[in-house]
Ligand binder design. Structure first.
Ligand code: A2P
Length: 278
């Protein structure tokens, strides 16, 4: 059984989910189906921009797990942030996935220069009232952006999904979320193929616990309080990534992993304060 967290709006989510970026088509649907049916995943992360909402929908059609056990996520692209476009896009996301509702729907990037994210947020609030979404959140929002949402609409996000891994540990942002009742979720929790998993610090801890490097990193996410959504197309690695609940890191180990963070540790230069496209 996977531990769960309760969001401020009452929805519970497992602390490990499946990232699906680049999982597309029939092969993608099979990978997602196996994650759910064989490997115990219940939280699935997708996005309009990944062009795989239909793939997720196809997997959901094939699985034997009841819909209400799943937590299916999608995200509103930056280019559809006016109120009307956001409202339409939510309907389109549902249509693409053949779903009646999303469990979680997030604004993908704040795009602060265009400054439409507050009206996009209002569209998410209204879609939630209509029963199209159970829980609403954001991605890549900085504290200023988050504060504005609550100030201008009276409703704060349940989740902020941000880039988070040992090279970019987001200590300040995580603390801010904690103080403000917003759940942190980590995208690219394993560093998206950079060399985190090969680092000596991780390898030594992995040897000590007889776990894989990926398991150590995902356990670190869990113990610092973030939901991790590692992507894997491979059933063995999917199972490995969700099997992190039979060991525990001590404070020294947590601290040494957190200390791997570095100023240029981002996977790319998608600084949410300026990033405009996605
Ligand atoms: P694959 O899909 O072949 O398993 P992130 O979620 O941080 O973006 O990382 C995703 C990348 O990490 C993918 O390339 C994925 O490849 C790889 N990956 C996922 N799980 C593991 C694992 N347990 N060990 C090594 N690589 C992994």
């Amino acid at each position: 059984q996977i531990p769960e967290v309760k969001l401020h709006d009452g929805l519970n989510l497992p602390v490990i989910g499946l990232g699906t970026y680049t999982l597309n088509g029939d092969e993608g649907a099979t990978a997602i189906q196996r994650a759910i049916d064989e490997n115990g995943y219940r939280l699935i992360d997708s996005a309009y921009n990944y062009e795989n909402e239909g793939t997720v929908g196809e997997a959901v059609k094939r699985i034997s797990v009841p819909r209400e056990e799943l937590r299916i996520t999608s995200k509103l692209p930056g280019r559809y942030q006016t109120y009307d476009k956001a409202t339409k896009t939510i309907q389109e996301s549902l249509y693409r996935a053949h779903l009646d509702y999303y469990d979680l729907y997030l604004i993908h990037w704040p795009n602060p220069k265009k400054d439409h994210y507050v009206e996009a947020w209002q569209a998410l609030i209204d879609a939630k009232k209509q029963g199209l979404i159970r829980s609403i959140g954001v991605c890549n929002f900085l504290p200023d952006h988050l504060e504005r949402l609550e100030k201008e609409t009276g409703e704060k996000p349940s989740i902020n999904q941000v880039e988070l891994h040992p090279y970019f540990n987001q200590e300040h942002q995580r603390k801010w979320h904690e103080e403000n009742g917003i759940q942190t979720e980590s995208w690219s929790p394993l560093g998206h193929g950079n060399d985190i998993l090969q680092q000596r610090t991780i390898q030594q801890i992995a040897d000590r616990h007889q776990k894989s490097a990926a398991q150590v990193v995902l356990r670190w996410h869990y113990q610092v309080g973030s939901i991790a959504i590692p992507k894997s197309s491979n059933p063995d690695r999917q199972l490995e990534n969700i099997s992190i609940f039979d060991f525990s890191l001590d404070n020294a180990e947590i601290n040494s992993i957190s200390a791997m963070t570095k100023p240029n540790g981002r996977i790319n230069d998608q600084d949410p304060a300026i990033y405009e496209e996605f």
